[in-house]
Design a protein around this ligand. Structure first.
Ligand SMILES: Cc1cc2nc3c(=O)[nH]c(=O)nc-3n(C[C@H](O)[C@H](O)[C@H](O)COP(=O)(O)OP(=O)(O)OC[C@H]3O[C@@H](n4cnc5c(N)ncnc54)[C@H](O)[C@@H]3O)c2cc1C
Length: 381
């Protein structure tokens, strides 16, 4: 790959998980790397999510990228002190149609190490007091290889690791206005002056259209806006698995099949409230015991800032039901935005030699972003 004494210089735009996935892979491959981030810390999608590296429930290319990402997360836990633990995922079934989806998953496409649980075993996983509760869980699937990362600190720690690397640098407060490919180099225009590089990766997330409006239009990029809360755990949960529910079974590729089609039809009849907000009712647990609970999905050309309390209440009620709690105490609320598209899951383009544009256009960047970076870098030969 590198033929001169001076390593090739790669500039990466965006210090979210996709940009940093590329930065880590490029450093590991021997390049010199400069990450440029417009904000003074990454504060967009990569810190607003559940931190759920839900590799077991992905399919197709996303499934491959997710599997490739898992060892990179473990490596970063060691090298960069990223808080990422092998929490596993627990998919819970509260209706027979949901139970059928889990049975089909395990019978036909079982993720590594996955097993079906009885309702009582689900209660045990969630540390529910069986004697005090009317049981709501019919069954569950435990998917042990998934990871939960702390989304609030993960990208900051990876960025710090890149900045501390002998060939790495991270410049916050640096807005990129454009990139021009010359005979031998790419010149990157920023508010801090021009930077010359051998290649550039644009990992601007849902803001890709600000730099490449035509590409964003061609790839039908829109903004998907989501509502999230952080709540106090209603009882001691022992730092448990990430929890998915029936709406999650309609969303992720590994669940897809006749049973999921039947579940969709049933939910369209019985749970129009959840279907209308395109819910993925789920939660993850953080090291301080709190739970990140979400989320709704709504697609816009420009996301409005107004959060709908009724939607948040509905998502909280779902989590409370799973946890056998009358209500959950909210500590924080926020909105997140990621890039979405009806055309593809990943926007990958090379508008000029040496310029790679990479935006994930579906909401699984924490799951696939590190593997995606490794693949782009490997493609440079
Ligand atoms: C509420 C929510 C929950 C989610 N939950 C999960 C989950 O549990 N698991 C999962 O796998 N995925 C999840 N996702 C999806 C995941 O968070 C995203 O796919 C991922 O963070 C996208 O990463 P990114 O680096 O492309 O974008 P971002 O994190 O948005 O980073 C892009 C960066 O580029 C910078 N930038 C943009 N333009 C410029 C410019 N011109 N100059 C300099 N800098 C620029 C921005 O400031 C930003 O920091 C969730 C998303 C949301 C919003």
């Amino acid at each position: 790959m590198i033929t001169t004494h001076q390593p090739e210089h790669v500039v990466i735009v965006g210090a979210g998980i996709i940009g940093l996935g590329h930065a880590v892979a490029a450093l590991d491959a021997g390049y010199r790397v400069t990450v440029l981030e417009q904000d003074h810390a990454a504060v967009l999608a990569s810190v607003r999510n559940f931190g759920h590296v839900c590799a077991s429930v992905q399919a197709g290319e996303l499934g491959e990228l997710a599997q490739e990402s898992l060892p990179i997360w473990s490596g970063l836990a060691e090298r960069a002190g990223v808080e990422a633990r092998r929490s596993g995922t627990l998919a819970v079934a509260r209706t027979e149609a949901e139970e059928a989806v889990l049975q089909e998953l395990i019978a036909e496409r079982a993720p590594e190490g996955a097993r079906l649980l009885t309702g009582a075993e689900v209660s045990d996983q969630l540390r529910l007091d069986r004697s005090a509760l009317r049981p709501v869980h019919l069954a569950g699937a435990l998917l042990p290889s998934d990871v939960t990362a702390d989304p609030r600190t993960a990208v900051a720690r990876i960025a710090a690791w890149v900045a501390a690397h002998e060939r790495g640098a991270v410049q916050f407060g640096t807005t990129v206005f454009g990139a021009d490919h010359g005979a031998a180099h790419v010149t990157v225009a920023t508010n801090q002056g021009d930077i010359v590089a051998d290649r550039i990766v644009i990992a601007a997330g849902h803001l890709v259209g600000r730099l490449f409006p035509e590409l964003a239009e061609q790839h039908a990029v829109r903004e998907c806006v989501l509502q999230m809360t952080r709540v106090r755990a209603p009882h001691n949960m022992d730092f448990g698995p990430a929890v998915l529910t029936g709406t999650s079974m309609l969303r992720y590729g590994a669940f897809a099949g006749p049973a999921a089609d039947a579940l969709r039809a049933e939910m369209q009849k019985n749970r129009r409230d959840l279907i209308e907000i395109d819910a993925n009712a789920m939660f993850t647990q953080q090291a301080d015991g709190t739970l990140l609970v979400g989320d709704s999905h709504e697609s816009h050309t420009s996301a409005p800032p107004f959060m709908r309390e009724a939607w948040t209440e509905l998502l909280l009620a779902e989590a409370a039901h799973v946890l056998g709690a009358p209500r959950l105490e909210v500590i924080e609320r926020w909105q997140g935005i990621y890039a979405t598209s009806s055309k593809q899951d990943i926007l990958r383009a090379t508008p000029a030699p040496g310029i790679d544009v990479v935006s994930l256009t579906t909401g699984v960047g924490m799951t696939v972003g590190l593997g995606l970076g490794a693949r782009t870098v490997a493609s440079w030969g």
